[in-house]
Design a protein around this ligand. Structure first.
Ligand code: AMP
Ligand code: GLY
Length: 427
């Protein structure tokens, strides 16, 4: 079996790692991959993974049996449709289904039509600045202004004042996020802890994974700017079974709601929830695995990932019961100095071997590459995900930090409080 994975971050390294352990012993290609995906896989540089025609031609040319799409951009561009049109199995939703992530207003429409609780909101087009401002003036604060389309996590402003909210609208319409910002969604601020729940779905059956908690801000104590995610843990002790069941039901209703409109969703559906006093509400959907959530979820999964992915693509997920390890997992992101702002690349990295000798530790690469001389160097903002599995969250956290301390790279930055909140709530 030959599998082509698209993407090159920590999420894709974790996917490659899990696929490589399958009983199917697949041959894996990863485009572009990173400094950690070889030797489990063959890295494929130079393929434009956002180009549906190029990806479909490459997948056909290399006789791939399955294509796994990691990031959102190729999905929203229609890569899954193009691959499927060649009769090649593809793990990831169609262009239309991926609009759940690709357009906030599309997602809001689905939620409105199927009674899925979310923040009250209103969408405005770029010729409706005055109406947007009037809406802001009538609304309580804080208020949230979002670019409608994909903006790599940067399109959201939580505005404390009218002036901030109006600025955010003007900036978005002014082209700050390109086409993604031509429409804005202005929404009610939801207060409460955030929690991610991801599910595998073939469009009918929905199999949820374990809850995970990301840490979006750059600095300890949830201070500093938003990032792609600085660390994550799973399970989440503060989420009780009832809350988890409510979140799972909202994902089921989303998939069934789309199906009732003729849209079949296949792949991973990621629900970002806020646990409000009135119960969980959907903050956003993602049409893919989370990054860094995947780096704790896949190490906890005992089921064979290839079997699960084939069941998703073939519509037989009802025959699969996901099995999970009891072990807890904590993953700490080691980032380049300056991230999420400007940072330098090409810094040598050392100590990964020593880190991986700590029991239960896996180091997933995110932004790494091999220099011409074969040396491992930094190549991105988030560089490594140091993940530890252990019987308890407290032990997993200790192991992750013990391992992280063995790694050096010039200017390295990381949060020292990943999973601290969970331990305060009785883990
Ligand atoms: P998103 O890109 O939609 O994940 O938003 C990024 C972050 O902004 C979220 O993780 C939240 O912390 C925050 N956020 C977005 N929408 C809201 C909202 N309606 N209420 C409160 N916080 C929000
Ligand atoms: N961890 C957040 C995301 O994957 O979007």
């Amino acid at each position: 079996m030959r599998i082509l994975v698209l993407g090159g971050g920590g999420r894709e390294h974790a996917i490659v790692w899990a696929l490589a352990r399958s009983r199917h012993a697949p041959e894996i290609l990863v485009a572009p991959g990173n400094g950690g995906t070889e030797p489990s896989a063959t890295n494929v540089p130079g393929l434009d993974i956002d180009d549906p025609v190029a990806v479909a031609a490459f997948a056909a040319g290399c006789d791939a049996d399955l294509v796994v799409v990691g990031p959102e951009a190729p999905l929203v561009a229609g890569v899954a449709d193009a691959v499927r049109a060649r009769d090649i199995r593809v793990f990831g939703p169609s262009r239309l289904a991926a609009q759940l992530e690709g357009s906030k207003e599309f997602a809001k429409g689905v939620m409105r039509r199927h009674d899925i609780p979310t923040a009250a909101s209103h969408a405005f087009e770029s010729d409706e600045v005055d109406r947007a401002i009037a809406y802001i003036k009538r609304s309580p604060f804080p208020i949230v202004v979002k670019a409608d389309g994909l903006a790599a996590g940067k399109g959201v402003t939580v505005a404390e004042t009218r002036a901030e909210a109006i600025d955010a609208v003007r900036e978005s319409f002014g082209g700050r996020f390109g086409d993604a910002g031509c429409r804005v969604v202005i929404e009610e601020f939801l207060s409460g802890p955030e929690c991610s729940l991801l599910a595998f779905t073939d469009g009918e059956t929905v199999e949820t994974m374990a809850p995970a908690q990301d840490h979006k801000r750059a600095l300890d104590g949830d201070q500093g700017p938003n990032t792609g995610g600085m660390g994550v843990y799973s399970p989440v002790p503060s989420v009780d079974e009832k809350t988890e069941a409510v979140m799972a039901d909202l994902l089921v209703r989303t998939v069934k709601g789309l199906a009732s409109e003729g849209v079949r969703y296949r792949g991973v559906l990621y629900g970002g929830f806020v646990l409000t006093e009135g119960g969980p509400k959907v903050l956003e959907y993602n049409a893919r695995f989370g990054d860094p959530e995947t780096q704790v979820l896949l190490p906890r999964l005992s089921s064979d990932l290839v079997d699960v992915m084939l069941a998703v693509t073939d519509g037989t997920l009802d025959h699969v019961k996901l099995r999970w390890k009891k072990a807890a997992a904590v993953s700490v992101v080691l980032a380049s100095g300056g991230y999420p702002g400007d940072y330098e690349k090409g810094k040598p990295i050392s100590g990964i071997g020593e880190a991986e000798r700590v029991p239960g530790v896996m180091v997933f690469h995110a932004g790494t590459a091999r220099s011409k001389g074969g040396e491992l160097v930094t190549a991105g903002g988030r560089v490594l995900d140091v993940t530890a599995l252990a019987p308890t969250l407290a032990q997993a956290r200790d192991r992750a930090y013990e391992a992280a301390a063995k790694i050096s790279l010039d200017g390295m930055q990381f949060r020292s409080d990943i999973a601290v909140r969970a331990l305060g709530t009785g883990a």
